[in-house]
Design a protein around this ligand. Structure first.
Ligand code: ATP
Length: 222
């Protein structure tokens, strides 16, 4: 079976994440998508980040009732900062053993992969499912990697290998590009709306919205 891994801060999870994952699940015939909230989010110091247990619970509520979706507490349970490589390696040895792993990521984030921990190794050990929104093009993303990866590893070559598909040369791993419905929703927008006393209704599942209200998340110090 193929298993998709959707990581994120999920602060909070919203319909952009959920719909994107659903479309990737269908496009790549994934048997399951595991949502993995981060423990301590990298690159976001000083932001209004809800406690990891709350973000985990919101993901649980959001995926409940979808048999192809699961919530995985691996990073929250481990605590501290998790590298994608370590998480995927642990999954490959644990609950995803014997299955093909596709790491799901947006084209924006994937275009920055050269800044990730041991990016060349990551690309040589796992498949990627890269979501394209709006006018984003697979060829542009691969051209960016062609410029940014060689300084890290002169032997790595990534090239298009057909419609919506790229390959890492001399490896069995592929990068699949999946155009997804462009839902212009962000967790930042949701936090801002709540902080200013507004509504987040219809941007995220109702159960998640009610949890946020109950737990008084994202209201600042007011
Ligand atoms: P923030 O606004 O706090 O930066 P975010 O809404 O962008 O958060 P993250 O948890 O940082 O959410 O994103 C995790 C993953 O979800 C990334 O791979 C990102 O590309 C994807 N993602 C975020 N928003 C959307 C969206 N509206 N549609 C599809 N995918 C999304």
């Amino acid at each position: 079976m193929r298993i998709g891994i959707q990581g994120g801060t999920f602060n909070p999870i919203h319909y952009g994440h959920l719909r994107g994952a659903e479309e990737v699940r269908e496009a790549l015939a994934l048997g399951q998508v595991r949502f993995i909230p981060s423990a301590e989010p990298p690159h976001k110091p000083g932001e209004d980040v809800a406690p990891a247990q709350d973000r985990l619970e919101m993901v649980r509520l959001a995926v409940a009732g979808h048999e192809g979706f699961a919530c995985d507490p691996i990073e929250v349970g481990r605590g501290g900062r998790s590298y994608t490589l370590d998480t995927l390696a642990a999954l490959a040895e644990g609950p995803c053993r014997g299955h093909e792993i596709y790491f799901i990521v947006g084209a924006d984030a994937f275009s920055e992969i050269h800044t990730w921990h041991r990016a060349p190794e990551l690309l040589r050990r796992f498949h990627f499912a890269v979501t394209l929104r709006g006018s984003q093009q697979a060829e542009d993303v691969i051209a960016t990697l062609g410029r940014t990866l060689p300084p890290l590893d002169s032997s790595i070559r990534v090239a298009m290998a057909g419609e919506g598909r790229a390959k890492v040369a001399d490896s069995e791993w592929e990068i699949r590009f999946v155009p997804v419905t462009h839902l212009d929703i962000s967790a930042t927008q949701i936090r801002r709306a709540i902080r200013s006393g507004g509504s987040a209704r219809y941007l995220l599942p109702r159960e998640v919205e009610l949890f946020i209200i109950r737990r008084r998340l994202y209201r600042g110090n007011a």
